[in-house]
Design a protein around this ligand. Structure first.
Ligand code: NOJ
Ligand code: CA
Length: 699
C-alpha cells in the first residue's frame, strides 16, 4: 500500500533554508532535514522528544577536487508511506512488517548543476538514509575520496566497540565511554590475535552499540552494502561527533562509482528499551527483496564438523603431509609422505557422518579435504589451494555415497587464505565440482592479507567479491557461510542462500583464551544486527588441557553453551565439540539435538548489552518453544515470563540450568535438568551462574 502524503512537509519561511521533517509511523521518531547557510545538507534525529543525533553534515568529497557537500538547493521533495509484510525464506519471524514513512530530497548544486538525492526512511525503530547519484550531464564516473556523513551524538555515551580495521572484525568488544576510547584503543589494537590494517587512530567499527546517559539505546550500522566500501566511524571524543570512515584501497580511494547508482543505507536504530534493538528488522527491511526465484533448496542447517579437533591441540591437522614444498597443479600428492594425523580422512569423516545420522544433524563440515594446506601460511602464492582436487586419503565419491545413504550432507570448505583472484578463477569449477559430488553448502574463508595486495577485506573490491560469490553460488543452488568476510548488512534477505557469516570473534577464540564472559551478551547488539553469525557454540569440554597441548579454558558454563543456540540467532548452527564429549553429556546434548534453527516468532524477554540476554523463540511450523538466557561474569536471576505461550493449555518444559556450584571458571560442567509443567501464566525465576545461562525447551 503506497500513498502520497504531504502532511509531514513544513516550510520554514525566510532565509534560504527549507527545513523538512518526517515522522515515524508511531510519531515517536522525528527526522529534520535542511540545507545550512552554506547550502550543505544537514539532518537531526529525535526520539520521544529527546535528541539522538544533533545537526549533522552529509555529502561527499570526490576525486580530484569535487565537493558534493555544499552550495545545494532543494529542487524537489516527495513523501511516501509504506506498510507491507513480507515473508523471509528463513528467519527469526515468519513474517516481517515493513512500515515506514519516506522522504526523498532532490538536491542541485547551484555552482555546478550537479545532482545528489538523499532518501530517508523512518520506521518505528529507527532511521535509514542513503545517497543516490542520478544520471546527469556533469558527473558520470567518479571516485569517492571521502564520505562526510556525521552522526553527532548528544553526550559521552557508553559504547560497545571494536577498533576500526580494514581487514578484520575479530577483536574483543570493549565497553567504555566515548571519551575513554582514545586511552584504550592502542591496547586493543595490539591484541596479539588480531590482524592489523591501518585505520584512523580514533575510529571504531559498526554495528556500534551506544547507550546514552539518559538511557537511550542507539545502534549505528549500514544496510545493503553493495559496490561500496564498508563504513567505520571516526570518533571525535571532545564533541562526540562520529563521522563516516570508508575503507579505502591502497591508493587511498574509497569507491569507484558511476552515476545511476545508490550508496548503502546508513542506519540508526533507537529505543529506550534495549529489547527493541534486538527485535528490530530495520536493516532487513532496507535490503532488497529476495532475487532467487526458487528457494526450495535453501535449508536452515544444524551441523557438526571435522573442525574443533584442529584447535584443541590434539594433533589433528588440515594438511595431509608435512612437506611444505608443494605447488598446486605440479605436486603429485600421492607421492608425498602422509603426516599420519590428517583430520579429513575418509574413515574419520565416516565416523562424523555416523554421529550426525544417529543424532539428527543435517550435515558434517569437513575442513582440510583439499590440496594446498601444507604451506598456506606463507601468504605469498597466487594459487594456494585447489578447490577441485581432494587429498589422496579423502575419497570424494565414496563419502558422497556414504553420506547420501545416511541422509546427511557434507559441507564443503573453501579456505582461500585470501588468494581471491585464484578463487574467482576456480569458482565455477569449484561449484560444479560440489554439484557433481552432492554438496549444497560451502564455508568460505579469507584468512590473511588479500591477493591482490592493493585491496583490504572491507574495501569496495572485496565487497563486490563476497557478493559475487553469493550470487554465483545461487546459480548452482549452493548455500554460503563466509568467514573473515566483511560484516553483514542484511544482504541475506536478497540472497537467502547466504545463510551465515563469521565476521567477529567466534568460538574458535575460546581455544586461544580470547573471549570473555560478557562477549556473547554484546554480540547480539553489535555484530548480529547485520545478520546471522556462524558462532559455532556447543563446547562441553571447556578445559582444553585435557587434550594435552592447549591450556585454554572456556569463558562460559556448559549450560550457557546450550543457551547460545537461542540467543545467537542463526539458521546455520554448529554443534562444535567432539562427538566423544556429547556422548559423555548425553542428557545435556539432547537440547542441541532438539533446538530448532528456523522460527515462526521470537520474544526478546530481557536484554541489556554487556550484561544479559533472554530470548524465547517458537520453532517454525511446530508447537515447540526454545528459550535461552545468558549472563556475563555476574550471576543473576532471570525472569522468564511465558505469556507468549497460547492461553489455556499446559506444556511440558525441560529446564537445563547451571548447577548450584557452577561458574565459568569453577565447575563449568555442573548442571541440572528438570521437567516441569508450564502455562502462559507461568513466570520462571531462574538463577544463572557467573558466565552461565539457562536453556529451556517447551513442547
Ligand atoms: C578461520 C575460520 O574462522 C575457521 O573456522 C577455520 O577453521 C580456519 N580459518 C581455517 O580455514
Ligand atoms: Ca575466523
Amino acid at each position: 500500500m503506497k500513498k502520497f502524503i504531504t502532511s509531514f512537509l513544513f516550510i520554514v519561511v525566510g532565509a534560504t533554508l527549507m527545513a523538512q521533517s518526517l515522522k515515524s509511523p508511531d510519531n515517536n521518531i522525528v527526522l529534520n532535514f535542511k540545507l545550512d547557510g552554506g547550502g550543505s545538507p544537514v539532518y537531526c534525529l529525535d526520539y520521544k522528544g529527546k535528541a539522538v543525533v544533533t545537526e549533522s553534515k552529509m555529502g561527499f568529497r570526490l576525486n580530484p577536487t569535487i565537493s558534493l557537500s555544499d552550495n545545494f538547493e532543494v529542487v524537489n521533495s516527495s513523501f511516501d508511506t509504506y506498510n507491507e509484510t513480507w515473508t523471509p525464506v528463513w528467519g527469526q519471524y515468519k513474517t516481517i512488517r515493513d512500515h515506514h514513512n519516506q522522504m526523498l530530497v532532490c538536491l542541485r548544486q547551484k555552482s555546478t548543476g550537479r545532482l545528489l538525492n538523499i532518501r530517508f526512511r523512518l520506521f518505528n525503530d529507527g532511521l535509514g538514509f542513503r545517497y543516490e547519484f542520478p544520471v546527469q550531464d556533469n558527473l558520470r564516473h567518479f571516485i569517492i575520496k571521502e564520505e562526510l556523513t556525521e552522526f553527532r551524538l548528544t553526550g559521552d555515551d557508553k559504547a560497545f566497540w571494536i577498533p576500526a580495521d580494514y581487514d578484520t572484525n575479530e577483536f574483543p568488544v570493549t565497553t567504555s565511554r566515548l571519551s575513554e576510547i582514545s586511552g584504550l584503543i592502542d591496547h586493543v589494537r595490539k591484541e596479539p590475535l588480531a590482524a592489523k590494517a591501518p585505520a584512523a587512530n580514533l575510529a571504531v567499527q559498526t554495528p556500534l552499540m551506544l547507550k546514552t546517559p539518559e538511557g537511550l539505546y542507539v545502534n549505528i550500522h549500514e544496510a545493503a552494502l553493495v559496490n561500496f566500501p564498508a563504513m567505520a566511524l571516526n570518533v571525535d571524543d571532545r564533541t562526540f561527533c562520529l563521522s563516516a570512515h570508508l575503507t579505502p584501497d591502497k591508493n587511498g580511494n574509497k569507491g569507484y562509482i558511476q552515476t545511476g547508482s545508490v550508496t548503502p543505507w546508513r542506519t540508526i536504530v533507537v529505543s529506550d528499551d534495549a529489547r527493541n534493538i534486538l527485535a528490530s528488522n530495520l536493516i532487513l527491511n532496507l535490503n532488497d527483496p529476495c532475487v532467487i526465484k526458487d528457494t526450495s533448496w535453501i535449508k536452515p542447517t544444524k551441523y557438526i564438523g571435522v573442525w574443533w579437533e584442529y584447535f584443541i591441540g590434539a594433533g589433528s591437522t588440515w594438511a595431509y603431509s608435512d612437506n611444505q614444498d608443494v605447488i598446486i597443479g605440479k605436486t603429485d600428492y600421492t607421492k608425498l609422505k602422509p603426516n599420519g594425523h590428517h583430520g579429513a580422512n575418509t574413515a574419520h569423516v565416516k565416523e562424523y557422518i555416523d554421529f550426525a545420522a544417529e543424532n539428527g544433524f543435517d550435515a558434517v563440515l569437513v575442513e582440510g579435504w583439499n590440496e594446498g594446506w601444507e604451506d598456506n601460511s606463507a601468504y605469498v602464492k597466487d594459487q594456494i589451494y585447489s578447490f577441485t582436487k581432494a587429498y589422496p586419503d579423502f575419497d570424494v565419491q565414496e563419502l558422497h555415497r556414504y553420506a547420501e545413504a545416511k541422509g546427511v550432507k557434507i559441507i564443503m570448505h573453501h579456505e582461500t587464505t585470501s588468494s581471491v583472484i585464484s578463487y574467482e578463477r576456480q569458482l565455477n569449477d569449484a561449484f560444479q565440482f560440489m554439484v557433481d559430488n552432492g554438496y549444497n553448502a560451502v564455508k568460505t574463508g579469507y584468512v590473511g592479507p588479500i591477493i591482490p595486495r592493493s585491496e583490504y577485506h572491507d574495501g569496495q573490491w572485496m565487497v563486490n567479491h563476497y557478493n559475487y560469490v553469493a550470487q554465483t553460488a545461487a546459480k548452482y543452488k549452493i548455500m554460503i557461510d563466509s568467514h573473515e568476510a566483511v560484516r553483514p548488512t542484511g544482504l541475506c534477505r536478497t540472497y537467502p542462500n547466504w545463510l551465515a557469516q563469521e565476521s567477529a570473534r567466534g568460538t574458535e577464540f575460546e581455544s586461544f583464551n580470547g573471549n570473555s564472559p560478557d562477549h556473547t551478551t554484546i554480540l547480539p547488539f553489535t555484530r548480529l544486527m547485520g545478520g546471522p553469525m556462524d558462532y559455532t557454540p556447543g563446547i562441553f569440554q571447556g578445559d582444553l588441557s585435557v587434550y594435552g597441548n592447549n591450556k585454554a579454558k572456556l569463558s562460559t558454563t556448559l549450560v550457557k553453551q546450550l543457551a547460545l543456540y537461542v540467543t545467537m540467532y542463526s539458521p546455520l548452527q554448529m554443534a562444535a565439540d567432539l562427538p566423544e564429549n556429547y556422548k559423555k553429556f548425553a542428557d545435556a546434548f539432547q537440547f542441541i539435538k532438539d533446538v530448532a534453527v528456523d522460527w515462526d516468532d521470537s520474544y526478546i524477554l530481557e536484554a541489556e548489552p554487556g550484561d544479559y540476554v533472554t530470548i524465547a523463540r517458537k520453532a517454525k511450523g511446530k508447537l515447540e518453544w526454545y528459550i535461552g538466557g545468558i549472563t556475563d561474569e555476574n550471576s543473576r536471576v532471570a525472569t522468564i515470563d511465558l505469556s507468549f505461550l497460547p492461553k489455556g493449555k499446559k506444556y511440558a518444559a525441560t529446564i537445563y540450568a547451571d548447577g548450584a556450584d557452577a561458574g565459568w571458571n569453577t565447575h563449568p560442567q555442573s548442571y541440572t535438568i528438570k521437567k516441569v509443567m508450564v502455562t502462559s501464566q507461568t513466570k520462571l525465576k531462574q538463577k544463572l551462574a557467573p558466565g552461565g545461562g539457562v536453556a529451556i525447551s517447551i513442547k
